[in-house]
Design a protein around this ligand. Structure first.
Ligand code: XMP
Length: 432
């Protein structure tokens, strides 16, 4: 199935003619041939997302035109006998409302897929395969409390029980009560061998006086590896080291811009001084939504499964300027209120990421009869599908109002709250 340039390439290589000069951009009405296997159950008039300047002017021999728009004589073509299909538009974006159905039609009607890749079959197969692979060997896992490492740890626990040891490093820059929740869930409810280290003194000591965000990231990454290695040393050599790598990590660590954009997100990389024979990456083939489904399959609580992404360096990149315990506490409280009210408003699933940022700005305010000179907190909330681009979320004013009142009333040290209304690009999601 050729899409956009793919369609043009297919036409060009098989003897059709591709020409310049039929610009189309945006949502366009398209007429489709409903007899095509690709357009089963699609109305003859529908909408598609176009983005092209060149166009297929003549299809190759034995190809049939199966869709047209006002400006595009070949919006889709096919050679059904050879199972070659092509669309000029983009079925993969949400602006083509029935695009997913077209892709489904291709997979089921043309390729003969049956849709047997379900998360329940994946979970069962993976646990079985891990059991066979691991036997009674030893496995080590770094647990961050994020969705990926949590689901990976649980899968491994089902497969090898007490042969799994998890190390959880609390760098002191986690969200409010997060360390407690991880300890209670994994060490308590799941009864996993958990080594939980409160290393906040060490991290905050190293971060004292540091304001530069890249420096902060480096220090946090370095200390993380140090703490992890020190703990791993106590266990001695293990057979397997677990990584919560998911499919987008596999793509993004590939080549080109994607690798560049994301390079700063790998907190410290792999430890050098942990002795292990092999890495296990049980989630390597899964997208995030699939990882969440596996989590639900394994009985993980929803508030854990639907956690929003949280950067490895944690609140370290959400406190502008020097990091102090006082600032961490202020930010944790403000952030917890923001998240709670977004959840109360039922918005937490549709907003991709939302959090508070503690700016380094203090300004004058009044509280009762007193003048105050306190911090400004910024609220950030974005909708996004891939975190590469993002729109600022249009949170209703009454929700923002509740958040604002609660933060100034309940959190000492804040007298001003601003809402970030920039999209990415040009702004990034995090402030630092
Ligand atoms: P930006 O700020 O680059 O964020 O638009 C895109 C996504 O990446 C997360 N992020 C990080 N994750 N370490 C991480 O593990 C980092 O240093 C880091 N910086 C940003 C951010 O939260 C968002 O989901």
């Amino acid at each position: 199935m050729g899409i956009c340039y793919g369609a043009q390439l297919m036409a060009h290589m098989l003897g059709g003619i591709v020409e310049a000069g039929a610009n189309e951009y945006g949502k366009v009405d398209v007429a489709v041939d409903t007899a095509s296997k690709l357009f089963e159950e699609i109305p003859s008039k529908t909408v598609c997302w176009m983005s092209h300047t060149d166009y297929i002017n003549q299809v190759p021999v034995d190809f049939k035109i199966t869709a047209k728009t006002v400006n595009c004589p070949v919006a889709a073509m096919e050679n059904a006998a050879k199972k070659l299909y092509a669309v000029q538009f983009h079925p993969e974006v949400m602006h083509t409302p029935l695009g997913a159905r077209m892709i489904r039609n291709f997979l089921y009607n043309v390729c003969g897929c049956k849709g047997e890749w379900t998360m329940s079959s994946f979970t069962k197969r993976t646990i079985k395969a891990l059991k066979e692979k691991i036997g009674d060997k030893k496995v080590l896992c770094a647990l961050s409390g994020g969705v990926d490492s949590s689901v990976a740890a649980l899968l491994l626990h089902k497969a090898c029980g007490d042969n799994l040891t998890c190390i959880f490093v609390d760098h002191g820059l986690l969200r409010k009560d997060e360390a407690k929740q991880v300890n209670e869930l994994f060490g308590g409810a799941y009864n996993i061998n958990l080594i939980s280290v409160d290393a906040s003194e060490q991290f905050l000591g190293q971060l004292r006086g540091i304001s530069d965000p890249e420096q902060k990231r480096k220090i946090i990454g370095r200390e993380f590896i140090r703490v992890f290695e020190a703990q791993a040393k106590k266990i001695g050599k293990v057979d397997f080291l677990v990584q919560g790598t998911i499919y987008p990590d596999v793509i993004e660590s590939g080549v080109g811009d994607a690798a560049l954009i994301k390079s700063h997100h790998n907190v410290g990389g792999l430890p050098d001084h942990v002795e292990f024979d092999e890495i296990i990456e049980p989630l390597r083939d899964l997208f995030k939504d699939e990882v969440r489904k596996v989590g639900l399959e394994l009985g993980m609580p929803e508030n854990m499964v639907y956690r929003q992404p949280f950067p490895g360096p944690g609140l370290g990149v959400r406190i502008i300027g020097e990091i102090t315990r006082e600032k961490i506490a202020i930010l944790q409280d403000a952030d917890a209120i923001f998240r709670e009210e977004i959840a109360n408003a039922g918005l937490d699933r549709e907003i991709g990421q939302h959090f508070a940022v503690l700016t380094d700005l203090r300004s004058v305010g009044v509280m009762g009869d007193f003048r105050t000179y306190d911090y400004t907190v910024a609220l950030r909330a974005v909708t996004t599908s891939d975190f590469m681009t993002a729109d600022w979320a249009t949170i209703p004013y009454d929700v923002l109002n509740t958040v604002s009142r609660r933060i100034v009333n309940e959190v000492k040290g804040i007298n001003r709250i601003v809402y970030d209304i920039t999209s990415k690009p040009p702004a990034t999601i995090e402030w630092l």
